[in-house]
Every structure is written in C-alpha cells, then in structure tokens.
Design a protein around this ligand. Structure first.
Ligand SMILES: [Zn+2]
Length: 657
C-alpha cells in the first residue's frame, strides 16, 4: 500500500494528486500519525480544510479527517468543531479573530455542499418503489411480520429484530433506503412504520387507543377502525398548529423579555470563590460539558470535558454556575463561570436572549412537529417527588397510585373535592354511585376525576395543616380505583362545609391502589405549559403545594431549582446547564431586600421573583413590548421606583441622541 503525506493533498490542486481515483492508501498527518483511508475521503477533507488556508500555524491532524463510515451531517460538524477548537488551542484565546474563523467554517460547509453536487453528480442515485418493494418482501423481514402480535412486547421485539436486520445485514447494503438509514438520513421509527407496523396511536386528547394499529404504510391501512385511529394524528397536528403553538411562542417571547436582563459576556475570570456541588449522572454530565469544575485529580479549576467521565461519574463535583458569577449585578457573566460555551458567543451578544431562545426553540419545534415527535406512543409513568412520597407512592402498574401507610399511623385524612371546578368534575358524581354498580370492568373515569387531592394532617392544639398534591398531569386526570370506591361507599360519606369529603383511612388496605390514571401519552403541549409555569412561576397556588407543578419561586436553593428544571427539560429536549442558569439568573432578586428587583449583588442570598414582578419593577422597555404599558404609566407607584436596571429594550422606548 502506498503512503502519502497530507500536505501533498493540501498544497496541490485535485488534478495533480498522485493517488489514483479511489485508491486505498496510508495518509500521514502533520503530527506523524498515519491512518488508512481512500481518495474520496480526502477529497471531502480538502473542502473542509478552509481554516488551514488562513491560519498557517494550524497543523492538519487526524481529528481533521472525516474518517470511515457514512458521511452524515453530524460527522461533518464534528470535524469542523475539532478544527475550531484546535485553532483556539494553538493560537490562544484573544490572539485570533473568532468570528472570522466562524465565517471560514461557514464557507467550508458551503464549499462542500455546492461543489459536491456538481463534482459527484454521476453518483447521484434515486429511490424508487421497487427498492421499497424488495425490502418489504425480503424473506427475513417477512418472517418477522408473520410473528407480530398486537401486544406492546411483541411490537417492541419485532421492531428491534427488524432494525437489527436493516442496520447490519450485508445482503441489504446496496439498497438505497437501507444505505440512507445507515447514514442516519432516514428516521428508523418512521421506516419501521412503513415496513412493520404503525403501532399505538393517540386520540386528539392524548388518550392512547386500547388497540394498536396493526397495519403498516407499505401495505396500507385497510381496516376502517385502524384508518380512523390513524387519522387522529393528522387532526392533532392541525390542532397543535393553532392555539397550542401560539401559546408556546407567546411564552417564548415573554421569557425573552425577562432573560434579556442578563446582558454581556466578559472574557476572563471574576474569581468568585463560590462553587456548587452537583451529583453527576449521565444526563447531567452530557449537559454540563464545558462548565468550569474543580478537578479532584489536579486540584485546579478547569473545563469539564468528555474524557473526565470516568473520573467524575457517580461522584459529586464542585462547579462554577453562571448565576453565581461575581459580575451578575451588572448583568454580566464572565467566561469562566459561563464555561466553554463562551467560545460560541459573538461579541456584544445578549446572553439572556441566547439562553431563552436556545432553551425554548426546541420546545416549540416539538409542538409544531407533533406528528413526528408523537409518532411512537408510550405511557410515561407518573413521577412522584421525594416530598410527595410522604403521602403517595407508585402502585404495581405504571398507571396506579397508592398511599403511604405512614398516613394511618399519623391519623391523616384524605380530602376529596366534592364539587366540580372548571378543570375537572372531581367527586361531584360520587353520590350517584351504588354498591351494585361496583363490579370489575367498570369504567372508573366516569365517576371521579381529580387533578389534585388534599391531605389533612393533625397538629397539636391547632388547626390541621393541609397539603395539596397534584396527581394528574395535563389532560391526564386521576380517578378513584374500584377498591377505593368500594371502601368509600362502605364507609359512608358526607360533604363537609369546606366542600370536601373527609375520608378516614383507618380501615383502608394500604397495599391496594387508590388512584388510577388513564392510559395517556404525555404530550408536547402539556410539556411546554409545564416549562412555562416552572420558569415564570405563574401559578398562585398555596405554598404548601407539593407535586410535579413546581415553580421557581418555591425554591430557596438555586442549585436544587437548576437540577429540577434540568430534569423537567430533559424529559423531552436537551438543555445545557449554562443556558438554564442564565434564564434562572434573570428571575433572581436579593432575598433580604424585598423592594429591590434588580439582579442580585455578588454573594448575597437570593430568591426567585415572579415574572410579572420582574417586568413591573425593572426598566419599562420590556413591559411596553409585553403588555400593560399604559397602566404602568398611569400608576403612581411606578414613579416612586428610581433605581432600575437598564434593559436591552430601553433605547426602543426612549431613544438617546
Ligand atoms: Zn464569573
């Protein structure tokens, strides 16, 4: 096998390369390392090596080579990001023009795409129905379809087996659909719906149909009931493009107004002594990459990188978080607290705007493309927080909830609302239940519907304390189980003056489920609403509200809030810690200074304020862009507040010069 040096390819035009058309050879890099590759790979490399043409001290390294395997968009991005990082390491921060480097990367992408379509035009192939037909009739795939049964397990197993064949079978290598799939250009879930089975689908209210759709898109969905079930996803897509999308987008806009309080990035180190302890899990680690942490091996603060995983997994590490930066009072964050993402921020860019757009844009994208994001349906078990576990516990099935038997020892009563509210009909239909109705197979959701229940905790010599727990989620509301309904009827009931049934739990068997949730899919609309409520603290519920309805203003410890917000976001989307920390900082005020709504000074204890308070008490630029500007102008209290933090939008309201 022949060997070539990488500079030969870099410095001579393609026509003068000594290697043959599609030759396999050894490629030697500037650092002396050698790799086996082929001509076509180096042709792609050469188009991406634009930064090397300008930054002549930048060596060509193995990481700048596209490598074997399908040429996906992600791989091209990975190579350019290695190049970008190497320029930074070799030239040193501040010694080169970052934005010019970004421009070169952008041009390199363009060069690759624009020139490749011309140069490789003879390789362009098409996909036709015969390719799909051959794939569908491929005997091993056919055999899997014959084994398919309408159960979750069978569908999952057959899906896995089909995918295994599609991804690895050498006989299918030349099929264009398979090669697109292997290159990551086709979504496997969607291909499985074509070749294998459509699977579970949801109704427009996110209720999961009892039976899956057993047809597939290749053979067609011929059963009328299945066709009707399949059509609801399209209906849902139309619904979601309307009001839910508007609401999500409006929430994004609101979030931007407050986040913009955090303004500029300061390149350097504020030298804050404050580090936060964060227990590392896999998901957290992924979104913490680049944060400055105290390396236990070296005792120094350095950026957290992928190769630190072995060092930090299952431990608690000390990190710098954006909201603890010493520059926060001025609306600034230093690049050390911000982490390596600082390298991606253009000069003069508003950090808050970037953070809110990047956390929210994916959420609205998902609402918009509900058809794709909810194509594969699953029931998510309800999440019960540590605080809630003092009262409720998960039942045997993922849709059941039982009570903690501690309740009996402490003489705690269960309170159920007896009157209907706008949200749910609660226990208003319970008086019509007869003993003879209560047989197996009864539809429990007909009799009761609860979003929230209350526990009455006796305290010495005083009024009992009441704790509210949210047990429903979005459109998914809990009903009483058959067992509990029997208990309820047997014990007899009266409605107390507070509009609740007070149920003593003395005779209850705590091993049985009390609540059941319908089979419902957690949908993106509900998710978007939950994120908004969390960040803006829009609900005015009692402070003693425990449950998934969490809000920033309930937290005393910002780190705990950050971890919970991260957990909430990562149920559906990626969320880098730094962006979340910036969004959170924008809602922080000083705890011991109740009338000051400016960003907190360095090192003082903080609390989270409600969104409306921040907007009403800050500079009025964003309030005018939001709503209620006229009211603010007419309110005397607005004229009493003089010390207000400047905002990005002030020049719009009050142009200077
Ligand atoms: Zn800092």
């Amino acid at each position: 096998m022949r060997s070539f040096h990488v500079r030969e390819f870099f410095e001579t035009p393609r026509q003068q390369w000594r290697c043959l058309y599609n030759e396999r050879f050894m490629l030697e890099f500037d650092n002396g390392e050698k790799l086996e590759t082929i001509t076509a790979r180096v042709e792609v490399d050469r188009k991406l090596w634009m930064a090397h043409e300008y930054f002549d001290r930048l060596p060509i390294l193995p990481g700048h080579h596209i490598g074997p395997g399908p040429l996906s968009n992600k791989r091209i991005q990975d190579v350019t990001s290695v190049i970008t990082e190497d320029v930074d390491t070799i030239y040193g921060r501040g010694n080169y023009d970052r934005e010019y480097l970004w421009l070169l990367t952008y041009r390199a992408f363009n060069r690759l795409y624009n020139e490749a379509v011309v140069e490789y035009s003879e390789y362009v192939r098409s996909v036709n129905s015969f390719d799909m037909c051959r794939l569908y009739e491929y005997p091993p795939l056919k055999a899997i379809r014959q084994q398919l049964r309408p159960t979750d397990k069978s569908m999952a197993d057959c899906g896995k087996a089909t995918l295994e064949i599609l991804m690895t079978d050498p006989a299918l290598r030349r099929n264009p659909i398979v090669s697109d799939l292997r290159a990551g250009l086709v979504k496997s879930e969607q291909l499985l719906q074509v070749l294998l089975v459509r699977g579970n689908n949801t109704d427009i209210d996110s209720h999961i149909y009892n039976r899956p759709i057993m047809g597939n898109y290749y053979a067609g969905i011929t059963d009328p009931a299945e066709a009707a079930m399949d059509s609801t996803l399209a209906a849902k897509a139309i619904i979601f493009q309307g009001q839910p999308l508007e609401q999500t987008e409006y929430a994004n806009r609101k979030l931007q107004f407050s986040s913009q309080r955090v303004d500029l990035l300061v390149m350097g180190d504020c030298r804050t002594p404050h580090l936060s302890s964060i227990p590392i899990t896999k998901t957290r680690f992924r979104d913490m990459e680049g944060l400055t942490f105290l390396n236990p091996a070296t005792g120094k603060q350095e950026p957290l990188r992928k190769h630190h995983w072995e060092l930090v997994k299952d431990t608690t590490i000390q990190v710098r978080l954006a909201f603890d930066c010493h520059f926060r009072e001025k609306g600034c964050i230093c690049s050390t607290c911000y982490g390596l993402l600082a390298n991606n921020i253009p000069y003069g860019a508003n950090l808050g705007h970037i953070a809110s757009v990047l956390t929210q844009s994916e959420v609205s994208q998902r609402v918009l493309k509900v058809k794709h994001s909810e194509a594969s349906t699953e029931v998510k078990p309800i999440t019960i927080t540590a605080e809630q576990r003092r009262y409720i516990l998960p039942g045997k099935l993922p849709t059941q909830i039982r009570l903690n038997d501690e309740l009996k020892k402490r003489g705690i009563k269960l309170l159920l609302k007896a009157v209907a509210t706008q949200q749910s009909f609660n226990g208003s239909k319970l008086p019509i239940v007869k003993k003879s109705d209560l047989v197996e197979g009864l539809s429990m959701a007909k009799y009761s519907q609860f979003m929230q229940v209350t526990f009455d905790v006796p305290t010495q010599n005083r009024q009992p304390m009441r704790y509210h727990i949210t047990i429903g989620k979005g459109a998914r509301m809990a009903s009483l189980s058959l067992d509990f309904l029997r208990y309820f009827v047997k014990e007899g009931f009266t409605i107390q003056h507070d509009g609740n049934y007070h149920i003593s739990l003395d005779g209850w068997d705590f091993s049985k489920p009390v609540f059941e949730l319908p089979n419902k899919h957690a949908n993106m609309k509900d998710f978007a609403g939950e994120v908004e409520t969390f960040i803006r603290s829009t609900r005015d519920d009692s402070a003693r509200h425990l449950g998934p309805l969490r809000q920033l203003k309930q937290y005393d410890d910002p780190v705990e809030a950050l971890l919970d917000l991260h957990e909430l976001m990562t149920q559906e989307v990626d969320a880098p810690f730094t962006h979340l920390a910036v969004v959170m900082l924008s809602l922080m005020v000083e705890r011991d200074n109740p009338n000051n709504f400016n960003l907190p000074r360095a090192g003082v204890p903080v609390r989270f304020a409600k969104y409306d308070q921040i907007l009403n008490n800050g500079s009025l630029g964003p309030l005018f862009a939001y709503q209620g500007g006229k009211k603010a102008l007419e309110s005397i209290s607005q004229y009493l507040r003089k010390d207000r933090q400047a905002h990005l939008m002030d020049p719009v309201l009050c142009p200077v010069g």
